[in-house]
Unconditional design. Structure first.
Length: 220
């Protein structure tokens, strides 16, 4: 599921992330990193807060990169929904927890379940929103959790924390692979729905589904 989810992520990130917004966020984050770097160096020369020897170089670099990554995560880089995504005529949030109906959730579990014909349209509709929300979360959480991890390593390098404290940063970072696995499960459900004949009178959504994905299960 992780490999399938990674394929979905690589395919859909270009449709979720707005390049103009992403460039602006990167430039602002880079500028913040430079400001932090200059300030940290000045404080080091004045007070020696990062220690002595080679340690200050490592600590200051990690702090600058970590804070820059956190700033990057604070900016929205996703494209606006156009047209607005709706379910049953009501607009939905681009969030994976809010975009999946109860009837679709059983197909997104660890074990694969055959998609019932009456749920086919709901699965194809909701999975597109689900995948967009997961990709959006990954693009925002990755720099945030990465920045927190870098700050934790910097604190450890400065000998201000015990090694066990780094475990908390590792636990949070491990949520990222879980989101990729969820992407894989959603794609598995979408492919299973495409393999089911639509009920009589329902129009087929096409070979690629509502999101245009061309990802296939390994071995297909």
């Amino acid at each position: 599921m992780f490999r399938l989810g990674w394929q979905v992520l690589r395919e859909r990130i270009a449709t979720v992330v707005d390049p103009a917004r992403a460039r602006r966020a990167v430039w602002i984050a880079a500028a913040c990193s430079v400001v932090v770097l200059v300030g940290a160096v000045a404080l080091q020369l004045a007070f020696g807060w990062a220690g002595t020897g080679v340690r200050p170089v490592v600590v200051i670099a990690l702090v600058s990169l970590g804070l820059g990554s956190i700033v990057l995560s604070a900016f929205r880089t996703d494209r606006p929904l156009d047209p607005a995504a709706t379910i049953n005529g009501r607009q939905v949030r681009p969030d994976w927890q809010m975009s999946v109906r109860w009837s679709v959730q059983p197909y997104l579990g660890r074990r694969q379940r055959p998609v019932a014909p009456e749920d086919r349209a709901a699965v194809l509709t909701d999975v597109g929103l689900l995948q967009r929300g997961l990709v959006r979360q990954l693009t925002r959480l990755t720099p945030l959790l990465g920045g927190i991890a870098l700050l934790g390593i910097a604190a450890f390098a400065r000998s201000d924390v015990r090694p066990i404290a780094l475990l908390w940063a590792a636990v949070y970072v491990c949520t990222l692979p879980d989101l990729v696995v969820r992407l894989g499960r959603s794609e598995r459900a979408r492919l299973a729905a495409l393999a089911v004949d639509p009920p009589a009178g329902d129009a087929d959504t096409g070979k690629h589904g509502v999101d245009g994905s061309k990802v296939r299960l390994p071995g297909d």
